[in-house]
Unconditional design. Structure first.
Length: 263
């Protein structure tokens, strides 16, 4: 059975630069570090607030390597049964269950209805620690995925993976519909527009900050600036936001608002 939304996987060019960025900017803590010997890929799990991201660093990347967010991962306590069930219900199987490259646990990959790469993980090792306290980061807010077919995405993540819909928000000025789904602490944002988006399917990682201006001032000391058009009022009408990017161009949304469960 699926039991947890676990992480976004991010392929990085320079592991030291990425670690320095996340640790200095957000107080990220390394909770697991290993190597995939077959591909000579470093694997590092970082915890920010109470949420996880995985950094994957191929030491000799192929010319066709994709950098940035490449997958979303869920934990299961029965990998074979869940993989077979999801494929039987229409998911495209990409990698059948096998031992993970690090040798820690087992994994499989499949595709969600919109083409997002989904990892299923089965392992006994607990990587998550108590939420990391940081002067600016209040919590890991959500992982964001484009859902051109929103109904199919809802059926997959809620009906098949067991997530619960926290709230659905309409943003009339942009004709945007946003679903927030969750597994306990961890939240998945589904972004849907009437006109199919050609943007990268993994949209961003979002962190809830205590004070947006103070957080941006902290980042400015690292010479990290908000993207054009931000900071701004959130289109949902809840709070303010600013977007920055990490060393590999991954968008990180900084949100100054109440917890989603309070909306």
């Amino acid at each position: 059975m699926i039991k947890e939304l676990n992480h976004f996987g991010i392929v990085v060019r320079d592991l030291d630069a990425s670690l320095a960025f996340y640790q200095k900017a957000f107080g990220a803590v390394i909770v697991f570090q290993s190597l995939i010997p077959a591909s000579q890929t470093d694997v590092v799990y970082l915890q920010i607030g109470g949420g996880l991201i995985e950094l994957l660093h191929p030491r000799t990347p192929a010319d066709t390597e994709t950098f940035g967010i490449t997958h979303i991962a869920f934990l299961t306590d029965d990998l074979d049964t869940d993989y077979e069930r999801l494929v039987a219900n229409g998911a495209d199987g990409l990698v059948a269950p096998r031992v993970a490259g690090t040798g820690v646990g087992r994994l499989a990959f499949l595709s969600d209805p919109n083409g997002a790469r989904v990892e299923l993980l089965e392992r006994d090792l607990a990587m998550r620690i108590a939420p990391v306290v940081h002067p600016h980061v209040a919590a890991f807010d959500h992982y964001s995925v484009i859902a051109n077919d929103l109904e199919a995405a809802r059926a997959f993540y809620c009906g098949q993976l067991g997530m619960t819909n926290l709230i659905t928000l309409e943003v009339p000025a942009t004709e945007l519909t946003i679903d927030y789904l969750h597994w306990d602490y961890d939240v998945l944002e589904l972004l849907h527009r009437p006109t199919a988006s050609s943007a990268p399917i993994f949209a961003h990682v979002a962190l809830r900050v205590r004070d947006l201006d103070a957080a941006l001032a902290h980042l400015a000391e690292m010479d990290v600036r908000p993207l054009p058009g931000t900071p701004k009022a959130a289109g949902t009408g809840y709070g303010r936001l600013a977007n920055i990017t990490d060393p590999d161009g991954v968008t990180i949304e900084l949100l100054d608002r109440a917890d989603l469960r309070a909306l």
